[in-house]
Design a protein around this ligand. Structure first.
Ligand SMILES: [Zn+2]
Length: 267
């Protein structure tokens, strides 16, 4: 059966098996991508990137490689020159970013750094390769090959719980703010984290508590903390009876909040 593209917990989409591996790798290393187009790129997005990095005007300041050579690529029969100071980009229609198995990971610093090596270890276990990136000097460009991926992903109850809480949070965003009903799996996870019996964990939690769990898990992630604040502000408006539209972005924020909550619970 053909794999489907699925939404990531960060902006973007990947094919299912690669998406699952991406989420696992992101949780294990803290490296992912928050930039649109750094996972799967449509043909139009690739064309936009290409036009930004390359020009048909050879009189502009142009990139030169170590041997002084220009980087010239032919697109639709026209010669394009890489601009000075720009990374390389594939000719639109030929990029692996269109195939749903490629991600440009942020924060890897550079080849031969401790950060890169630590990431490469976890990525390698999960069938990711930087070989294509290495050929063009991009430490961030990684391809996932499911056939090389022998990692034992846990069909973790927390992941299932995460989806259920996400659904609840989104439902609450759409209706009056109130309590979130916790699943048995979530209560068990909380009980384990707090060294309690499952029976001693309430079966409901206020949204505030859900958010504060999430906020504590995100103290080192300023961008996510801002999003949590945005989400809280919206919930307060809903509680005060002010009509608020819920956007696709907010559904994504809710997913991130809940992912952070799941992280917190597994610490
Ligand atoms: Zn790339």
């Amino acid at each position: 059966m053909a794999e489907m593209f699925v939404d990531l917990s960060t902006p973007g989409q990947l094919l299912e098996r690669t998406a699952r591996s991406y989420e696992s790798l992101r949780l294990a290393t803290g490296h992912g991508t928050t930039l649109p187009g750094h996972a799967t790129r449509t043909l139009e997005m690739q064309a936009t990137v290409f036009r930004d990095y390359y020009t048909t005007d050879a009189s502009e300041p142009l990139f030169r490689g170590d041997n002084g050579a220009l980087d010239i690529r032919t697109w639709n029969g026209v010669a394009w020159y890489r601009r000075s100071g720009r990374p390389s980009a594939a000719i639109p229609g030929t990029s692996n970013h269109g195939r749903g198995r490629t991600v440009d990971f942020q924060g890897l610093v550079g080849f031969d750094t401790p950060t890169y090596h630590a990431f490469a270890l976890e990525a390698g276990k999960r069938g990711w390769s930087n070989a294509e990136g290495q050929r063009v000097g991009e430490c961030w460009h990684w391809n996932h090959n499911p056939d090389m991926d022998t990692f034992e992903y846990e069909e973790d109850e927390l992941m299932a719980a995460k989806d259920e809480i996400a659904a609840e949070v989104i439902k609450q965003l759409k209706g009056p703010a109130g309590k979130v009903k916790l699943t048995w799996a979530t209560r068990r996870a909380i009980a384990a984290a707090q060294d309690k019996k499952v029976e001693d964990v309430a079966d409901e939690m206020s949204l505030d508590d859900v958010l504060s769990y999430a906020a504590r898990a995100t103290f080192d992630n300023a961008a996510l903390a801002v999003e949590v604040e945005t989400l809280k502000a919206k919930l307060e408006k809903l509680a005060a009876g002010v009509k608020v539209d819920v956007s696709v972005d907010e559904a994504a924020i809710a997913r991130k909040v809940v992912a952070a909550l799941a992280n917190r619970l597994t610490e």
